[in-house]
Design a protein around this ligand. Structure first.
Ligand code: BT5
Length: 228
């Protein structure tokens, strides 16, 4: 058990751990979501992993990494389980309209140069439905709850890491390619839906058109204006 695999990976990274180093935990006492939110991390059921990345890309391109991790995750989960895994911008993996996984990407940079990125991934694998806290039941699920059977966590993890390694390798060569963007759009759970995006104090409302060439989400508002 660790506090958070992202925290442990960061400590290793500061001591010089190489790109590709992975921290896996059985449970987390302080699992983190984005923006200070909590990630429920019970023992014996799910996947909690953080991967150290040291990409030579500009810090401005860093938000593309969780997008590619989402594509890798959705494809890996679909392959491992046969379930229809989808994406909700920017970082959620959905099955049957509920959240089955999330990505938390934390970066350290100097100016526009990335020192490292800690890519954290949580997937609810064998979490029994009756153990999911009542306040999450409406929005969260597990692979087991949706498929009606258990999955070996090591196999799910291996599938995910393989897919991630492939997508990350392509990303380093090609950048945020049109192939990756089309793949994200194909897997999107939100495209065509009416959505509200809250950013700092700003709120955008509109129909989701999909990803722009750089990974920004495109919405068409009521007046027919495109919002990024
Ligand atoms: C995320 O945040 O979706 C990113 C989650 C990343 C978790 C991994 S586990 C390994 C690594 N180490 C860490 O400490 N974290 C990463 P966000 O979009 O902010 O979603 C958080 C929200 O999802 C919470 O406020 C809850 O509403 C909901 N939630 C909490 N735990 C959940 C769970 N296990 N499954 C589904 N939803 C959950």
């Amino acid at each position: 058990e660790v506090d958070s695999t992202n925290h442990q990976a960061r400590e290793l990274c500061l001591r010089g751990a190489k790109e590709g180093t992975v921290v896996l935990a059985e449970s987390q006492s302080a699992g983190k979501g984005r923006l200070g939110r909590q990630w429920q991390s019970p023992a014996g059921a799910n996947l909690y992993a953080s991967i150290i990345l040291r990409p030579s890309i500009s810090a401005a391109s860093a938000p593309q990494i969780p997008l590619l991790a989402g594509v890798a995750g959705a494809n890996a989960l679909a392959r491992a389980t046969g379930l229809d895994a989808r994406l909700k911008w920017p970082n959620d993996i959905f099955v049957h309209g509920k959240k089955v996984g999330g990505v938390l990407s934390e970066m350290e940079a100097e100016g526009n140069r990335i020192r490292f990125i800690i890519l954290g991934v949580g997937v609810n694998v064998n979490w029994p439905k009756e153990d999911i806290p009542p306040d999450l039941l409406e929005i969260a699920t597990s692979l087991r709850a949706e498929a009606g059977r258990e999955f070996p966590r090591a196999e799910v993890a291996a599938e995910f890491f393989e897919e991630l390694e492939r997508e990350y390798g392509l990303f380093l060569k090609e950048g945020f390619s049109s192939r990756l963007r089309e793949e994200w759009n194909r897997l999107s759970w939100v495209n065509q839906k009416w959505a509200t995006v809250t950013m700092m104090e700003k709120k955008f409302e509109g129909q989701v058109l999909g990803l722009d060439t750089d990974g920004a989400l495109l919405l068409m508002d009521r007046e027919g204006r495109m919002q990024r």
